[in-house]
Design a protein around this ligand. Structure first.
Ligand code: R5P
Length: 317
């Protein structure tokens, strides 16, 4: 039972309205009324178009930095949070299907920022009572705040899709050693053989080298998994490495497809059987080799359970 008045209010800015629309469709509610516009000098202005006093408000906005509004996705989210709090919402949840600026998450060398902590601070001071995010770059980001933080996974939906492809006994592979626990959980859930691990050396943002592969890939159907694809160089290098060692086929699977300029063509330069991502981020029309699995159902189920004060883990355990 919900502690708040009426059904949940789902609102969104200009970062990825298609996803929010898919979520409200699943929840059978209408999208909440909010205008996220611009002043003449391009400053963002936000106004709720309906009374949200005492309501349970969910602001769905991935905080990515590419595409038409760039990093303004973040400022839009912060100002929507502020507007919701000042309109006396009963509770406000920041729903970031993709949580950006997460890669700098610790001070691992001198004079670097911890942008992930800064993002969390901004979201909290702007008025978020709770967080909901899918496949964070690193789980410890949940600990950067004392607010409740639901960190959910797209993995079950992606594995269901891969199972439906009917691949017999595929071999999962992680593109770097740090992801060994992550890839084991994929193989275990799929009920397939032990995964393969790779040692990746990132030379710079645009070049990576696979220096070592631990495990057999010859005559195997390889499924490369990662949390995100950005330039695509990691997936391309990993695919080339397994194909050179005799893999029968190779697929790339990632939750977040950050298809910046050139990524799609780069991925098409390698004979992937399929490239699978979710719709946590907006995408252009993608070539046939690409499959987009929607997380709308997952988000809708979790939002419904948060609203009703129920456990959410059954959606992704
Ligand atoms: C790295 O830590 C991430 O998990 C991904 O491997 C990386 O962000 C992929 O980037 P790109 O597609 O640019 O190689």
């Amino acid at each position: 039972m919900s502690l708040y008045q009426g059904p949940p209010v789902i609102v969104t800015g200009n970062a990825h309205p298609e996803l929010a629309n898919r979520v409200v469709e699943m929840l059978r509610v209408k999208l909440g009324e909010v205008t996220v516009g611009r002043f003449p000098d391009n400053e963002i202005k936000v106004k709720f178009g309906e009374n949200i006093r005492g309501r349970d408000v969910f602001i769905v906005q991935p905080t990515h930095s590419f595409g038409p509004i760039g990093s303004e996705s973040i400022i839009e989210l912060l100002i929507m949070l502020d507007a919701a709090r000042r309109a006396s919402a009963g509770r406000v949840t920041a729903v970031t299907p993709y949580f950006g600026y997460a890669r700098q998450d610790r001070k691992d060398e001198p004079r670097v920022a911890i942008s992930a902590k800064l993002m969390v601070n901004w979201i909290v001071v702007s008025g978020a009572d709770r967080f909901l995010a899918i496949d964070l770059h690193s789980g410890q980001i949940q600990g950067f705040t004392d607010q409740p933080f639901d960190h959910i996974y797209a993995r079950p939906a992606l594995i269901d899709h891969l199972r439906a492809r009917g691949i017999v006994d595929p071999t999962y592979a992680a593109t770097d050693l740090g992801a060994s626990k992550y890839v084991r959980s994929w193989a275990k859930r799929h009920g397939t053989r032990k995964p393969v691990l790779m040692d990746k050396r990132r030379i710079d943002d645009w070049n990576v080298e696979i220096t070592q592969i631990y495990g057999d890939v010859a005559d195997q159907d390889i499924i490369l998994v990662d949390d995100e694809i950005e330039t695509g160089v990691t997936m391309v290098a990993a695919a080339q490495a397994v194909l050179e060692r005799g893999a029968r086929s190779v697929r790339a699977v990632a939750t977040h497809g950050k298809f910046i300029d050139g990524t799609v063509d780069r991925l098409l330069s390698v004979p992937f059987t399929e490239i699978v991502v979710t719709d946590t981020l907006p995408h252009p029309v993608l070539p046939l080799k690409f499959t987009e699995i929607s997380v709308a159902n997952l988000l809708a189920g979790v939002i419904r359970d948060i609203h009703n004060e129920e456990s959410v883990s059954r959606h992704f355990d």
